[in-house]
Design a binder for this molecule. Sequence first.
Ligand code: S3P
Length: 439
Amino acid sequence: MKPWVVKDKFIPRGRINFPGDKSIAHRALILSALSKGKSIINNFPLHDDSLATLYALETLGVKIQRSGQQLLIWGRGGLGLKRPKKSIFVNNSGTTLRLLCGLLSGQNFKSKLTVGKYLKQRPMARVNIPLRLMGAKISAKKIGRQEYPPLNICGQKLHGISYFSPVASAQVKGAILLAGLSARGKTEVRELLLTRDHTERMLKVFGANLSVKKNKITLTPGRELISPGKIYIPGDISSAAFFMVLTTIIPGSRIIMQKVSLNPGRLGIIKLLKRMGADIKIEIIRAQSLKNFEPLGNLIVKSSKLKGVNVSKGEIPFVIDELPILMVAACFAKGRTTIHGANELRVKETDRINSMVSNLKSMQAQIQVHKISGQENIVIQGQGWLCGAKLKSCGDHRTAMSMIVAALAARGESELDDVNCINKSFPGFLDTLGGLRKQ
Ligand code: S3P
């Protein structure tokens, strides 16, 4: 554990380029591995989660050459993955685990997926159930009706299904679509609430036969995936979110965030912060050279006064990873913020309702959780300030970064017990912060 102390405050100013988007990076890697031809991925983020997917694919026989943030991948084609000689360790990357579970279910070999400490508690039935309907043979650790890793997968010839996902999860959708690539017949996925569409976009870029109509995605297998050659991964908006809030709540701040992903399914944080009164300007980039299969742009953020807002259940998937930092923004706003139906936060790297509520309470925030007919609503009475305190990361990168932002804007000193967990998604976070002092 590596602690961090916040004593001196500063007014953040400057320009930031963020490492590539984590969700897009996983999909770019996996489809490059499954396709015909060589792929060059630029702005690949070198954090624990994306590297977990990279190492997993290497264990499956994929040749990958790394030079800084550029990857060169030699695709092995749809059925070209090799039986792994050892179990595949995915560290604490939930997206790697769930996407690979779908992918490996349809391969012609056995595999075992093992995980790190924080992934052991994350539910897998949401993925295993639809995959078994496709004919997958997956065994997991069972506790009651729920299933947890490690997973043993006995690859099978799968068949397509028509599935209505009761959980709003892009990981579940992604796992089913990846399984559908090698299945017999069409695979259809319908979503109760729309989730980020990176799998669908990436499949189209690689030439898959995929159609999207409202909330229904149809994948017809049989077409060989062909690499588009070069893939540029826009900056991660989930990482940028910490800096959007930092800039907004510290008076006099101004930051330009360059080449950030503007995928419509990820814009929740910008929309909500704007609704709260944030000053965020978007400059869309349309450079052909970047092969914009995923929209991207620059964000110009200036400090401003915030007011409380209502976040509806339908908005949750668009802001799921940004809810911790949104809670911090709500504490610095004036008035009440209610986040409706935030239950999914319970099953992230840690229980993020617990981690954020207990940390913010220790900073004297007025924050409560109300459970109404199974829905967990977080209510924050914004006071416009927080007080320094002893804070805990709970092993969770997003709790840690949110609390650092809170501590930088709070009155007095704070201490956070661990910053190592930040390596999961943003190893350069503290250096990026440091850079804003000097500019
Ligand atoms: C992700 C989807 C989300 C998100 C996670 C990344 C993805 O999880 O929280 O950080 O890349 O598909 P769920 O799909 O479980 O909501």
